[in-house]
Design a protein around this ligand. Structure first.
Ligand code: ATP
Length: 281
């Protein structure tokens, strides 16, 4: 007897336009709980917009997103955390104080304050997270006293304090040196495995996308009018499983690699439509 499981996320006919200009068109996607989806695509094709819709920071123009089979709430909720390339932590608060503030707003969005048992619980969570992400010794430092990698650890901790089961990462390591990026990859993979989150991560680094993801989503336009470059939006043109040991960016078909490299406004090199949901051999 087969059992049917509800996907963690179901994206159905998602379209987003700004002032009538389409950015994303008819995006369809089913994502299982615990997946690590890496997202690549030309600059300006709508990757961040897609993440903001998963967070409910933006509402779709058409279509819908279901979370555990239910329509996504209209507002961001603590079960969905986000980390940006440059996170604006409060510079006048220490590492620990920044985390306390994040915990307070997650637990008590209206008052922004925690008292008694809830506060003790939050302090325990903060201690555990600081330990987990290697910032315990820096708990009393101010952001200006942290390296870039440490600041991104703090940004990740701020998202994790809300105990999200979906973590959205928008080029989180884009500003870091290559050596620090490798450390951050290990940290992120460890957190993903231990905490069982579903992750969506936008990156411009195809090697990073292959190394971290269980699934690669390529955003691109399937229709393009050279006379009207903004006439059509992007969608998911390739959806590749990355679990095979043979997965490698070097084996990427040239039309996918080209879609990732191509600046968004540049016309398509040929009129051929990319194949959707193609799997590599
Ligand atoms: N709030 C907004 N109002 C109007 N246009 C917007 C808004 N947000 C994004 N856009 C436009 O939507 C398009 C997609 O932007 P988005 O930031 O999602 O792209 P991206 O793929 O994440 O780009 P990049 O890789 O350069 O970060 C861009 O043309 C952008 O100018």
């Amino acid at each position: 007897m087969s059992t049917v499981t509800t996907p963690k996320l179901s994206v159905q006919g998602l379209t987003k336009s700004y002032d009538g200009t389409p950015v994303l068109e008819r995006v369809d996607l089913l994502v299982e709980d615990g997946s690590f989806c890496t997202i690549v695509g030309a600059s300006g094709c709508g990757k961040s917009t897609f993440l903001r819709m998963l967070l409910s920071q933006e509402l779709p123009t058409r279509g819908q997103i279901l979370l555990d089979g239910e329509p996504l709430p209209d507002e961001p909720t603590p079960d969905r955390g986000i980390v940006f390339q440059k996170y604006s932590v409060f510079s006048h608060l220490t590492v620990a104080e920044n985390l306390i503030l994040a915990a307070e707003f997650a637990a008590a969005p209206l008052s922004g304050r925690l008292f008694g048992k809830s506060r003790r619980q939050a302090m325990g969570d903060i201690d555990e997270i600081l330990d987990r992400i290697g910032l315990k010794a820096a708990a009393d430092r101010y952001p200006v006293q942290l390296s870039g990698g440490m600041q991104q650890r703090l940004a990740i901790a701020q998202a994790l304090i809300k105990k999200p089961n979906i973590l959205l990462l928008d080029e989180p390591f884009g500003a870091l040196d290559p050596g620090i990026r490798v450390d951050m990859h290990e940290l992120l993979l460890g957190l993903w495995k231990d905490l069982g989150m579903t992750i969506f991560m936008v990156t411009h680094d195809i090697h990073e996308a292959f190394k971290l993801g269980t699934r690669l989503l390529v955003f691109d336009k399937v229709r393009h009018d050279p006379q009207a470059p903004d006439a059509y939006g992007a969608t998911i043109t390739y959806d590749l499983p990355l679990s095979s040991p043979n997965s490698s960016p070097e084996k990427l078909p040239e039309d996918i690699a080209g879609a990732i490299r191509r600046p968004e406004k540049q016309p398509f090199p040929n009129a051929q439509l990319p194949k959707i949901h193609e799997e590599r051999s």
